[in-house]
Structures are given as C-alpha cells and as structure tokens.
Write a protein that binds this ligand. Structure first.
Ligand code: ZN
Length: 446
C-alpha cells in the first residue's frame, strides 16, 4: 500500500460506501426484474432412453421452448440470464455419440434473454420442467429429450439373445428326441439288452435344465443427476454399482440358459417406477438392484440383502435405507406431471405376498454366497418398503454390496477383484435359487 493513501482516507471511505450503495441498488434491481440469475452448473446426460440437459441456478429460471423442423432443432429461451462462461461450457459437453443432440449453440438473444439452440439428430419429444432445491442441488431446469419412437427393451433383448434361445430350443429338442427314441425302443423290444436300446450319439447334449431362457433384470442404482452415496475418497455409488452390474451382466451372458437385462447401462438417471416397468416389459424372472450406500456412522460395514415388506421394516436401519433409496427420484429428478399414476396405483393394488416369499428365498441364497467371503451387516435378509422392489410379479431383491461410507469398504468397492467376487456371488445365488425353483412356462405376450 502506498504512503499517499492516508490523506485520502476519508474520500476512500466515501467511495467505498458509494460502491456499497451502488451494489445494493444493483442487488435490488436484480431481484426486481429477476435478472442475472447465477448459473451454478450445466450438465448433459446422453443415453438411448433420453438425453437430459440440466441448468442449475441460484434462482428459478423462467423458460420457453419451441420445436422447429427441417432441420430438427429445439429452441429454448431462458429469461433473466446473461451468457457466461459456465453456460458456454455446455457447448463443449455434447458428446459425439449423443443419440439425439448433434450440437448446442448458445447466444444472447435479447438483453436478459439467452437462447439455446439444440441441433437434433432426429425428431424428439422434449419434456421441460423445473426442480426445487434438494440435497446438494439448488434450482434445476431440466430438459429431457425423448425419441419420438421409444426403443422397446423386449425387442432388443429378444434380438440380442436369439442365438442363445435357438441353442436352448435345439438342446431341448434333442433331449426330447432321445427320450422318445428310448421309449420307442423299449416298447418295440422290451427284452433287448440295454446296450442296444441306447441310440448312437457321439456326444450327449448337456441336459437343458430349463425349457426357456431365464431373464435376469440387473438394476444399477442411481445414475446421472443422482450420484447415490459418495465415499470419503470421492467414489460415487452410481459408478461403482454400474461397474458391478456390468460384471454380473457378463457372467450371466456366459450362462447357456440365462439372459441379462440392464435397467441402465450408462451414467443417466432412470426413475424408480421406470426400472420396475422395464423389468416387467422384458418379463424378467428376477430383479436384482445393486447398491453401495452410505450410513450415518462411517463405522457401519458389511453387505446386506433387502426385499420388500408389506408390514413395516424389519429394522430401523432397513427403514432408513428404504427411505434413502426412495428419495432417489427427488435427486435424480422426475417430471411429476408425466408420472403414470394409473400404472403406479395398479402395481400398489396387486398382492406382493408370493413375490416376497420368492424374494426371501433368492435373497437368502445370495446372502449366503456373499457371506462366504465378505463381511455381512446382518446374517439375515432384511425387509422394508423399497419402491424399486414393488413389481408384484417378479421376485425382487436389493443388494447393498458394502458401505461406501466406510473408508475400508470404499477401497474394496473400487477393487476389481472385490467387484468380481460380489458379481460371482450374486450369480451363484441366482443359479442356486433357480435350480430349486425352475421357472414356469412363459407368461402371455412372449
Ligand atoms: Zn443406493
């Protein structure tokens, strides 16, 4: 600081208060015309299901949108926001493999109005909505771009597992043929020695355990705007569980009589009821939700398996966990206007008694397998009212693979070997369950 400052101190004081006053006036002006909203973050979550764009700000943003064709584009005008560097970041965040957005252009349309132009790869059905502050987030403006013709998960699954289905059919036919041949031989010549009755087969086909493929819906928890729990080293639950889920998918893919289906295969949010809907659409024989949550105490450790409860939770910890998981929609962000209330109510009205019975069985098999090498939080399957486990016709379990809030377990969750062992244990539990409870013939619409 220079020596010449002293004589001017009173003048500086005056200037200082003037600046303060000016600042105050500016602040008032901002509130008055809702201008100069501060953009805190811009995010884009591309996926086949839909691409989501989120603008997070310190005040709600008034927005209008219009769809233009030839070429397909979506124009969004945001009031009370000046173009800034954070917003400009959005342009660079568009990935070349985004299924719906080819590029975003941003410009100052009018003073105080910023225009975002989304150049589209195909026509979309946009859904625009706002979310109030929740968890770590302030106000969010969400733009979901859905394809005009949504992909059908069942069609894709049938296509991807066609070869396996054929192989299983063929193996079933061969088994039937051998059986028929043996019966015929027996009838024709009941006194012929056994050696002659057996048809000449170089290689006896592996016995088909099941008459059809068993579909396993694997549900990696959270995703996109919902990171799930975050460990002290910064690991996010959504990433860890996706990695474990993909390992399980690959293992199931390797089984001759099973096919995997992932409710999400990337970093984007899937609302809880959509996870259930997807599993029902592919007529899953089992729904396995994979998590790695935090608990209030960082000392808490061990894996757990949860199933649905119709009458309260089996422990306070189970209740706490269910409440936390059910809040996923609030954090991940859903457009409540489009929620299919009818479907939701229909699901709630159907009895889940049989489902819970089966879920407990498969849950126990998996818990036993995990307990073979990892710490268990409790030696039995726990129950609580998890929204994602409410499919009335599909046994549904939720596996908490470990506590990401426990530093030791966080390290383990990031370990390839541990992830692989967890996936292997889940697979073994699933196989054990189905060997005791072979699936019945296909339901309708197959
Ligand atoms: Zn979770």
């Amino acid at each position: 600081m220079s020596r010449s400052q002293k004589p001017h101190s009173s003048r500086r004081q005056y200037l200082k208060s003037s600046v303060k006053l000016l600042g105050f006036v500016l602040l008032l002006r901002e509130i008055d015309i809702a201008w100069g909203a501060k953009i805190l973050g811009v995010r884009i979550w591309p996926s086949e299901d839909y691409t989501r764009i989120t603008l997070e700000s310190d005040t709600p943003l008034p927005i209008t949108q219009q769809i233009l064709t030839n070429p397909d584009r979506l124009v969004v005008d945001v009031q009370g926001m000046e173009l800034n560097a954070t917003l400009k970041d959005l342009v660079a965040k568009v990935k070349p493999n985004d299924p719906y957005v080819s590029q975003i252009r941003i410009g100052q349309f009018q003073p105080g109005v910023t225009r975002l132009v989304f150049d589209l790869k195909e026509p979309v059905k946009p859904q625009l909505f706002t979310l109030d502050p929740v968890a770590e987030y302030q106000y969010r403006m969400v733009l979901d771009l859905y394809p005009s013709t949504p992909p059908d998960p069942l069609m894709e699954l049938v296509k991807s597992s066609a070869r396996k289905e054929k192989a299983l059919e063929k193996s079933n036919e061969e088994i039937d043929l051998i059986a028929q041949f043996a019966i015929k031989k027996e009838k024709e010549a009941p006194k012929t020695p056994m050696a002659q009755a057996i048809p000449e087969i170089k290689e006896i086909p592996a016995p088909a355990k099941y008459k059809r493929l068993i579909t396993i819906a694997i549900d990696p928890g959270h995703g996109g705007e919902d990171p799930g729990a975050i460990g002290s080293m910064g690991s996010k639950e959504k990433n860890v569980v996706l990695s474990i889920a993909k390992r399980l998918r690959d293992k199931i893919e390797g089984e001759a009589y099973m096919r995997p289906f992932l409710t999400r295969d990337g970093d984007y949010f899937v609302p809880l009821h959509v996870r259930v809907q997807k599993a029902r659409r592919v007529e899953a024989d089992l729904f396995v939700s994979i998590h790695a949550d935090a608990f209030i105490e960082s000392r808490a450790k061990g894996a757990s398996v949860f199933v649905l409860s119709q009458m309260g939770a089996s422990s306070s910890m189970a209740r706490w966990m269910a409440n936390k998981e059910n809040a996923s929609d609030l954090i991940g962000g859903i457009n409540i206007k489009t929620q299919d209330k009818q479907v939701a109510n229909l699901l709630l009205d159907m009895s889940t008694t049989a489902q819970i019975k089966d879920s407990l069985q498969v849950g126990n098999s998996i818990l036993k397998q995990i307990g073979g090498f990892a710490t268990l939080h409790k030696g039995k399957v726990e129950q609580a009212s998890f929204a994602v486990l409410k499919a009335p016709d599909i046994p549904s379990i939720l596996v908490e693979t470990a506590f990401i809030s426990n530093p030791q377990e966080e390290a383990r969750l990031n370990d390839d070997a541990y992830q692989d062992r967890i996936a292997e244990a889940i697979l073994k539990g699933i196989k054990e369950y189905f060997s005791k409870n072979p699936p019945v013939a296909r339901r309708i619409n197959s």
